[in-house]
Structure formats: structure tokens, C-alpha cells
Design a protein around this ligand. Structure first.
Ligand SMILES: *Cc1c(COP(=O)(O)O)cnc(C)c1O
Length: 364
């Protein structure tokens, strides 16, 4: 006997909704979900497989609930990559930074509480809020997709939020925040400030990370992920860095043993090969900057990007452009403000395929 979802007694606020759905279509050139296009080398694959093999020998037991080994491996990674030093107690991992965010909303949001975001921004923020019965409000960015101190302060005064969500670099625009703005927000706010740095490793030279502000602001939380630059999207590991008190709070709401022994082992092995996994990042940054110039040269509007994707437009009929590219084997993303499209940065040959397809679909 089968029954449609709509016939089930699901929550009223879930009725008529559709699940998160970046289309997973099997085409030659995948430039739609901001993955790192470089697959791991045989050496990394073997290291991960061996670590998983060892973990499998103890898989009759529950995993380390506190993920101690993974947290210290992440601390080492941040020290090497960013030159900032944190203890394992200041770091908390979960199954993707999506789960980290959900845990933060569970701990700090909830009924009667409000989160403030700056639109256009990440499409999952309203979902974390809905799932935790947190009210979600947004205020618009400037025409250049910036969040200025003035916009932030006005929004804070008008909305009186409990949580402020700042993505930097922002998705889908690629815009990084100046640290002055983060400092202004933190200095004038008693709630929690979450800076989502999923794309931090792609930022241009000179663009700072909010990690450097953590010491000064105990209610600041920086979230990161292994899904993007780190080339480990399939591993599902994200993490936060914050004061140990924040980590204590999150432990109240996390499910016990939320990160499997298999995931912990694989992630630690991957972190031991961080340099290799991140080797493609410089190339991707170069490709991004070249694509930016090329799109501008063709007369498109292009958002300045510190991430591994570019938002460009504007098109009277973006659906047709998206479909035209797909017909030529290139999948990009329809997301963000009306008339714009987002393309992830791939390998040099993938970017050539994208350019050629776009030239056909949108002749000069
Ligand atoms: C991709 C992305 C994430 C991370 O996703 P996970 O794979 O769950 O770590 C978080 N924030 C933004 C803005 C993203 O684009």
C-alpha cells in the first residue's frame, strides 16, 4: 500500500515544501555545487582507505563521541594553513557545516528567537531556522552585494535579532566581508554572531578571516567545511571554531555519536594530506580571476568573488541560458537574485567548455 507524502500527517509548516534540490544531473561538466573538481590522488585514496579499514575493526563499538582526534587534527590544519592557534576544545565538527549550523540554531535559536541574514545569501539559512522554529529575517545587501556597517547596525536596531548570520565569502555572490564590519557587529551586539567561512580557503590574498577576531569576541563563531576547497564534500565534515563555552552549549543538542568512526578516521587521514588536497586551490583562484575578467570583457555584470564560483548576469531569461548550457553538457546553478546565474570554478578544460557553451548560448 502506498501513500503520497501529502497524505501523511506531517507538520503543517512542512506542507507543500520541497526538499533541498540542487539537481544532480549526470553531464560531463559539473559546475553547480561549488565542489573542488580535483579528485584525490591514489596515495590519498589509499591513506583514507587504510584509516577506514582500521576504524572498521572496531566498528562494533560506538565512536569517540567527542571526536578528540579529529578536533586536534583540525586545530593543526588551522595552525598550518591560517597561522592561528586554537585548542581542540575550541573546535567542534559535525556532518558538514550544515549540521554545525543546525546545532547552533538548536542551541541559540528556537521558538521566540530571531536570526538575521543579509540577502541574497545561502539558501539553507531559512531551512535551519524553519527546522528549529527560529524566525528568519533578511535585510538587503548593497547593489554590489556588500554588507556595510551601516546596513548591519540599522538592521540590528530594527530587527533586534538573537543571532546574526554573516557568510564570508557569501554564497551565491562570492562577496567577502571586511573585518571592520564583523568587529562593528560584534562590538554592538550581545547575541551570537556566526561567520560562515565555507569558502575561506579561496579568498584573495589580503582578504582576512574572522578567525583572527575570535579571541576578542567570545560570542563570535566561525564555521568552516572540508566540502569545498578541501576536496572532501563526499566525506561530510564541517566544523566551528569558537570559545570552548560555545562548544559546551552545542554538546547539549548534538545527537550522541553524531560523527561516525568511519567519518572521523577518513577525515583525520585526509587532514594528514591537507597540502596535497588543497594543491588545486591556487589554480582554481587563478581560473576564477580569469573567468571574472572574461565575463566582464563580454559585457556581463559580474560580482566580485573571493570564492570558487562567480555570480554573473543579468539575463532576461536565465532559465534559457541555464538550459542552453545544460544542452551542451555544462551544468551550472540557477540561484540568487533574479536574472543572475552562478558558475562554480572547475579545471581549465571545464572552464573552456563553459566559455565555449556560453558563447554559443549568448552570442556576443
Ligand atoms: C557549501 C556551503 C556550506 C557547507 O556545506 P557542508 O557541505 O554541509 O559543509 C556552508 N555554507 C555555505 C554558505 C555553503 O555554500
Amino acid at each position: 500500500m502506498t501513500e503520497a507524502m501529502s497524505e501523511l500527517p506531517i507538520r503543517d509548516d512542512l506542507r507543500g515544501r520541497s526538499a533541498y534540490g540542487a539537481p544532480q544531473i549526470d553531464v560531463p561538466v559539473l559546475l553547480n555545487v561549488n565542489e573542488n573538481p580535483y579528485a584525490p590522488s591514489t596515495a590519498v585514496v589509499e591513506a583514507v582507505a587504510q584509516a577506514v579499514g582500521r576504524a572498521a575493526q572496531g566498528v562494533n563499538r560506538y565512536p569517540d563521541r567527542d571526536c578528540v582526534g579529529l578536533r586536534s587534527a583540525l586545530a593543526t590544519y588551522l595552525a598550518n594553513r591560517e597561522g592561528v592557534s586554537f585548542t581542540a576544545q575550541a573546535i567542534w565538527p559535525a556532518n558538514g557545516s550544515n549540521e554545525v549550523m543546525l546545532q547552533l540554531m538548536q542551541a541559540f535559536g528556537g521558538p521566540g528567537r530571531k536570526a538575521l541574514g543579509f540577502a541574497p545569501t545561502y539558501s539553507m539559512y531559512p531551512d535551519y531556522c524553519r527546522d528549529t522554529f527560529t524566525q528568519y529575517v533578511t535585510v538587503d545587501r548593497t547593489d554590489d552585494f556588500e554588507v556595510t556597517a551601516e546596513i548591519a547596525l540599522t538592521a540590528m536596531a530594527n530587527e533586534q535579532p538573537d543571532i546574526i548570520l554573516l557568510a564570508s565569502p557569501n554564497n551565491p555572490t562570492g562577496t567577502a566581508l571586511s573585518l571592520d564590519v564583523v568587529e562593528t557587529v560584534c562590538s554592538n551586539f550581545s547575541g551570537m554572531v556566526i561567520v560562515d567561512e565555507a569558502y575561506a580557503e579561496f579568498r584573495r590574498t589580503g582578504t582576512p578571516s574572522a578567525l583572527t577576531l575570535l579571541e576578542k569576541f567570545p560570542r563570535l563563531i566561525v564555521t568552516r567545511t572540508m566540502s569545498k576547497a578541501f576536496a572532501f564534500a563526499g566525506g561530510r565534515v564541517g566544523y566551528l571554531v569558537a570559545s570552548p563555552a560555545v562548544v559546551d552549549a552545542v554538546q547539549l543538542v548534538r545527537l550522541p555519536y553524531h560523527v561516525s568512526a568511519i567519518t572521523q578516521a577518513a577525515a583525520v587521514a585526509a587532514l594528514e594530506h591537507a597540502e596535497e588536497l588543497l594543491a588545486g586551490v591556487d589554480q582554481l583562484r587563478t581560473e576564477r580571476d580569469q573567468l571574472f575578467a572574461w565575463l566582464q570583457g563580454r559585457g556581463h555584470e559580474v560580482a566580485v568573488s573571493d570564492a570558487n564560483f562567480i555570480l554573473f548576469g543579468r539575463f532576461a531569461e536565465p532559465d534559457l541560458v541555464w538550459q542552453g548550457l545544460l544542452d551542451r553538457g555544462v551544468l551550472i546553478r540557477q540561484t540568487g537574485p533574479t536574472g543572475w546565474l552562478r558558475v562554480s570554478i572547475g579545471t581549465a578544460s571545464e572552464m573552456m567548455a563553459f566559455r565555449k557553451a556560453l558563447e554559443e548560448v549568448v552570442p556576443a
